[in-house]
Structures are given as C-alpha cells and as structure tokens.
Design a protein. Structure first.
Length: 144
C-alpha cells in the first residue's frame, strides 16, 4: 500500500496506481469555492445529524462514497473516497477568519496601513461602500 502524505499526486500518477491495481491512500486538498467545497458545506448539517457518521476515536464526522474510474484498458474499477469533517477545526478556522476581518476592518476604518498579505486574505469578505466623502470598507458578514 502506498500512502501519500505530501501534496496531491497528479492525475497521471493516480491513473498509474489504479492501472497497476495498487492500493493507495492520499490526501486531497479542496480549493476554496470549488464544487467539492460547496458539496461539503451542503453535507455538513446532514453529517452532524447522522450519529453513525461520528467517529468517537478521531472526533470527526466521516462519509465514504464510491466512484467509478476508467482504467487505460477501458475497464472500470470502483474507487472509494472518504470525507472527514472536523467540527472543532472548522470552528477554529471560522474564529480566525472573523478575527482577521475585524482586524483589517479596524485598521482601514481608522486610516491605518494594512499589511498587504492580511488585506488579500480578508478582501473577499469586505465590500466597498461609496460615501459622499470617500470609499469606506465594511465587513460583508460575520462567520462563526
């Protein structure tokens, strides 16, 4: 069994592993705004309702689903995808995002310079409002 714990293997590498009938486990990053992320957010409430989805040992919700994958010889194999959702980690991420947005908003509203990296992280959660005097920045909504 191959266990990949750094990065995400290319599609070519996954195809090679599957074509060679190798057993493997790899992590898969989920991009912000991706279909996968939207699906996960839609499933979270359902996962939290299903007591059988709660893993008491690892303290996460889990869901397994199967997908068909076509090998190079045109045969189809079944691959398993496992989704894990950690509510404590999710809450920590929401809290950190709230803190970031509030910090950037506070700096901007007081006319102070904001670190460019922090501004770029907070930018999707801020909106510009045109006023008579100038453009002001307001938080879009609170997360958490």
């Amino acid at each position: 069994m191959l266990i990949s714990d750094r990065g995400y293997p290319s599609n070519a590498m996954l195809n090679k592993l599957i074509n060679d009938d190798m057993t493997f486990l790899t992590g898969c990053p989920i991009a912000v705004g991706s279909n996968e992320e939207k699906w996960i957010f839609a499933q979270v409430r359902e996962l939290e309702r299903r007591t059988q989805a709660w893993d008491r040992v690892h303290r996460v919700y889990s869901h397994t689903f199967t997908e068909s994958w076509q090998k190079s010889n045109k045969t189809t194999v079944k691959v398993y995808s496992h989704l894990f959702y950690d509510p404590e980690h999710a809450q920590a991420v929401r809290s950190n995002l709230n803190s970031l947005v509030v910090q950037v908003f506070d700096e901007l509203s007081h006319g102070r310079k904001v670190d460019q990296r922090l501004f770029q992280e907070a930018r999707p959660y801020l909106k510009e409002v045109v006023t008579r005097r100038d453009i002001s920045i307001k938080p879009r909504k609170r997360y958490g």
